[in-house]
Write a protein that binds this ligand. Structure first.
Ligand SMILES: [Fe+2]
Length: 424
């Protein structure tokens, strides 16, 4: 693994990423009918108005107000929109439900003021300060950029659940082809490196550190993700129905992001971790551990480990997989052979996050982030499971080996798929 030299924090480059994020968020909101603004299509997620305020508010609070110590813009709106953690259950959701949000013009004015202050900070402030815990290696300046990228991804699965009459999104071009012949691939015993050393990355979230090595026994793994077609046999045998499937006139349909499609049998199935585990055991396999995912994705027959499944090249959605917003929905498994791992396992990055059987937990050497201490810590409860890889609307610059995502075990809406492993 190459070690990246810790580059000086580049305010112009971060400002460009921040602007691109804001533009993408605006483009997502442009696909919602005006009446959708206060709608929350998923009961345990906030309505769209919240995220419209939250994204610029979090950026302003984290970098400008709390890290740089500059004055507040509007303390009441900052408090209202800073609360980024979604409610855990229906009772809490009820508590959080407000009878009235500020009107849209007020939220947009507040957001514009936050953006102006953030861009001014990127242009003028000292973003890196080893004496200020929130600015060590530019932590807050990077945090707010990746925070919005992650929210834009999760916004899309909320948009997908919105009443079609309130959507104004584009229809996509979709393919459904016969999946390639699929034989599990043998992965010999070997070493997997999880996490990263702090000096290896310009920025990483708290749960990505420290770097640790684990020995993994031999196993075999599906070369491709489990498809809708594979999963259909399980449903016909009484298995749980995935969240975006429904029946119309006796035929199975898929709720894609902006349209309903006849169920594309060659696409990876998206489902909860519990549903994935149930399918795996019904069909004679099990879900991979996080370390087994790393072996299959980054290991090589020679024992070296790679930064990406395909090698050293920077992630390129045109070559390596279905990520980076080139489409909103999955595509048939195996369409990105250039992104296959050294062992010949396909789509490990892209076309849907990959569920593992590993509960989300800190790596040895974990330390909470000064600028966002609750980011991971609140989820180390044994009920959240690690997902790896990337989905169609994961930003290309979030694709890195150490990145870990996680969701509640029966949370059904995420762009998450799976493959099985088999003990040798
Ligand atoms: Fe947030």
């Amino acid at each position: 693994m190459k070690t990246l030299a810790a580059a000086a924090v580049d305010g112009d480059a971060l400002a460009a990423r921040y602007r691109a994020n804001r533009a993408r968020t605006r483009a997502i909101y442009a696909t919602l009918a005006p009446e959708a603004y206060e709608v929350g299509p998923i009961p345990l997620r906030h309505p769209f108005v919240f995220y419209d305020g939250h994204l610029p508010a979090f950026a302003f609070i984290t970098l400008v107000r709390d890290a740089l110590g500059r004055p507040s813009i509007d303390p009441a709106l900052e408090t209202l929109f800073n609360r980024g953690i979604d409610p855990r259950d229906a009772a809490q959701a009820q508590q959080h439900r407000r009878s009235a949000w500020p009107d849209r013009a007020a939220v947009e004015r507040f957001g514009a003021a936050c953006d102006a202050a953030v861009l001014d900070a990127y242009a003028t402030a000292r973003l890196e300060d080893s004496e200020n815990p929130r600015l060590v290696r530019g932590e807050a300046a990077y945090t707010i950029v990746e925070h919005e990228q992650m929210h834009d991804e999760t916004l899309m699965y909320i948009v997908r659940r919105l009443d079609r009459a309130l959507q104004r999104g584009p229809r996509g071009a979709h393919r459904d082809v016969a999946p390639p012949p699929r034989e599990p691939i043998a992965i010999p015993a070997g070493r997997a490196t999880l996490g990263a050393a702090r000096e290896e990355l310009a920025f990483g979230w708290d749960n990505e550190f420290e770097r640790c090595e684990v020995e993994v026994g031999a196993f075999a793994i599906d070369a491709y993700d489990v498809t809708n077609g594979d999963y259909l046999a399980f449903v016909r045998d009484g298995g749980p129905v995935p969240p975006n499937w429904f029946e119309r006139d006796g035929a199975w349909m898929l709720r894609a992001t902006y349209e309903d499609l006849p169920l594309p049998l060659s696409w990876p199935v998206y489902c909860s971790q519990q549903q994935a585990a149930a399918f795996a055991s019904w069909s004679g396999g099990r879900l991979p551990t996080e370390a087994e995912y790393h072996r299959a994705a980054f290991g090589t027959p020679s024992g070296e480990e790679r930064p990406h499944p395909w090698g050293d090249a920077a992630p390129d959605p045109a070559r390596h997989g279905n990520f980076g917003w080139r489409r909103y929905d999955p595509e048939p498994v195996g369409l990105s052979p250039d992104g296959a791992s050294a062992f010949g396992v396909h789509d490990l990055v892209g076309n849907g996050w990959e569920w593992t059987s590993t509960p989300f937990a800190p790596l040895p050497g974990f330390r909470q982030m000064a600028s966002y201490p609750q980011y991971s810590h609140d989820f180390f409860d044994g009920m959240h499971y690690v997902m790896k890889g990337a989905g169609p609307v994961t930003a290309g610059d979030l694709v890195r080996r150490s990145l870990r995502n996680w969701f509640y075990l029966d949370y059904p809406y995420m762009d998450a798929t799976f493959r099985r492993v088999y003990d040798c």
